[in-house]
Ligand binder design. Sequence first.
Ligand SMILES: *[C@@H]1O[C@H](CO)[C@@H](O)[C@H](O)[C@H]1NC(C)=O
Ligand SMILES: *[C@@H]1O[C@H](CO)[C@@H](O)[C@H](O)[C@H]1NC(C)=O
Ligand SMILES: *[C@@H]1O[C@H](CO)[C@@H](O)[C@H](O)[C@H]1NC(C)=O
Ligand SMILES: *[C@@H]1O[C@H](CO)[C@@H](O)[C@H](O)[C@H]1NC(C)=O
Ligand SMILES: *[C@@H]1O[C@H](CO)[C@@H](O)[C@H](O)[C@H]1NC(C)=O
Ligand SMILES: *[C@@H]1O[C@H](CO)[C@@H](O)[C@H](O)[C@H]1NC(C)=O
Ligand SMILES: *[C@@H]1O[C@H](CO)[C@@H](O)[C@H](O)[C@H]1NC(C)=O
Length: 453
Amino acid sequence: MMKSQQKCIVIFALVCCFAVLVALIFSAVDVWGEDEDGITEDNCSNTCRAVVVENIPVDTSLPHNGSVPLTTGLHQLLDLALRSVEIVSPQWMLNSTEYESSFPTAKQGRFLLHRLMGLKSKRVNLKVASGVMDSKELDVLTRHGAEVHYLNMNILTKGHLQSSFWVVDRRHLFIGSASMDWRALSTLKEMGVIIYECSCLALDLHRIFSLYWQLQYKEFIPSIWSKRLNGLYNKNNTLSMFLDGSKAEAYVSSSPDALCPKYRMRDIDAIFRVIQGAKKFIYISVTDYLPLIKTSQQRYWSQIDGMLREALILKNISVRLLISCWAQTNSLTFNFVWSLKSLCMEMANCSLEAKFFSPREKGEEHVRQINHNRYMVTDTAVYIGNFDWVGNEFLYNAGAGLVVQQDRDDEGNSTLVQRVTAVFERDWFSHYAKTLQPSKIPVCSKHATQPPS
Ligand SMILES: *[C@@H]1O[C@H](CO)[C@@H](O)[C@H](O)[C@H]1NC(C)=O
Ligand SMILES: *[C@@H]1O[C@H](CO)[C@@H](O)[C@H](O)[C@H]1NC(C)=O
Ligand SMILES: *[C@@H]1O[C@H](CO)[C@@H](O)[C@H](O)[C@H]1NC(C)=O
Ligand SMILES: *[C@@H]1O[C@H](CO)[C@@H](O)[C@H](O)[C@H]1NC(C)=O
Ligand SMILES: *[C@@H]1O[C@H](CO)[C@@H](O)[C@H](O)[C@H]1NC(C)=O
Ligand SMILES: *[C@@H]1O[C@H](CO)[C@@H](O)[C@H](O)[C@H]1NC(C)=O
Ligand SMILES: *[C@@H]1O[C@H](CO)[C@@H](O)[C@H](O)[C@H]1NC(C)=O
């Protein structure tokens, strides 16, 4: 009698332990219900079409040169949506009512918000992953049927959610510098890419979205990820595709390290790869370039700076750095850029050029027309990311990137890489881009005479 009772207790305890274990594992990695619409990496579509999308502020006189206005591109994506729209954005500030009198294009933000509010009535599911906890706009979208998952990036990685991309029906995607902010559709200069009919890449980007989706309210990052969050494509296994009729290789990347499951490439490695692959030139357009990590102390973050030095000195590659000159430009930026420039002094075949892009600034504090671009293009590839090139971003923030490698198209159509190069050159040779004078700190803002803290 006694014996069988003991046996029972032991078995019960074992069953309990097992159940707890299973619950723990599943709470960390649960995506079982997640459906990928029956599309797998074996039968996804890799014959795709790409357009460069840009927001060019109204009173900045730059032609589009082959790019499509960002608003047009995003509305086209919503026109195409049949089942699902997944959006991750660092900000939700589309409702611009109070600015519409001073910035007529500001109403584009409100139009987009209304489109998103109307998706449910077209039986399209809107899913949003957000790092912003108390957004009125997300509350409004929730009331209109959107599902919103909140990530506390501060607890997870001591950073922010800077990722900015859309996945539509797991077939089309948008990635770029623009967040869901009315300024991205009116006063900021933004650049991104929309890729249509590309379930292979969309599937992989969707996996990054799913990873965020799982982190809702989590206070720790699981040490095991579900296999269905693993990267599909990376530098070892690029997606071979046809983009606008010409051959291309592509993959997506993610940051920080803690949010990269197996086979997922890190942004910094993607950038490294693109720099390494360049044969003639590297053009970089970012708001801020600052190889520093600032926590309580500052320290030098050599990764990107080192790669550029190597490309300049050892590989005879010409580098053009187009950064922004604005109120929050850290004055150390100039020291780092000068240091790169002086490397090349008196050296034949070493060329680093730096310019500051500075469109006219409006007086109001948060409606500056800064160049918000975040991309790099070389003679062989393009990298479109979500970060400024500042150490902290890569170390702590969540972000994603897209790499497309492409050879010149012999049929005469311009490739994505060529189109992005044209966009860069348009900015570079425009009168908004000002050459950095040696040993002279440019005046980036009337207000910012002292370096920001
Ligand atoms: C793709 O393959 C999966 C499994 O191999 C299958 O279930 C699915 O129906 C296929 N989808 C299409 C669109 O062919
Ligand atoms: C946008 O903002 C205005 C004024 O702040 C408010 O009246 C309106 O309800 C907001 N619209 C949405 C869709 O939230
Ligand atoms: C070149 O572009 C045109 C229009 O975008 C397209 O119709 C044509 O198929 C492209 N050529 C090739 C070889 O893909
Ligand atoms: C690519 O392959 C190398 C060597 O096998 C390995 O160390 C690396 O982790 C792989 N990268 C990815 C993103 O899987
Ligand atoms: C270095 O680059 C320049 C310009 O791209 C080119 O003209 C020159 O031939 C290159 N030199 C070497 C040694 O590769
Ligand atoms: C620079 O390029 C020229 C032309 O290709 C070459 O003759 C010369 O040796 C190069 N100089 C250096 C320092 O690499
Ligand atoms: C941009 O387009 C204009 C007109 O279409 C053309 O004149 C100019 O050369 C182009 N600029 C670049 C850098 O491609």
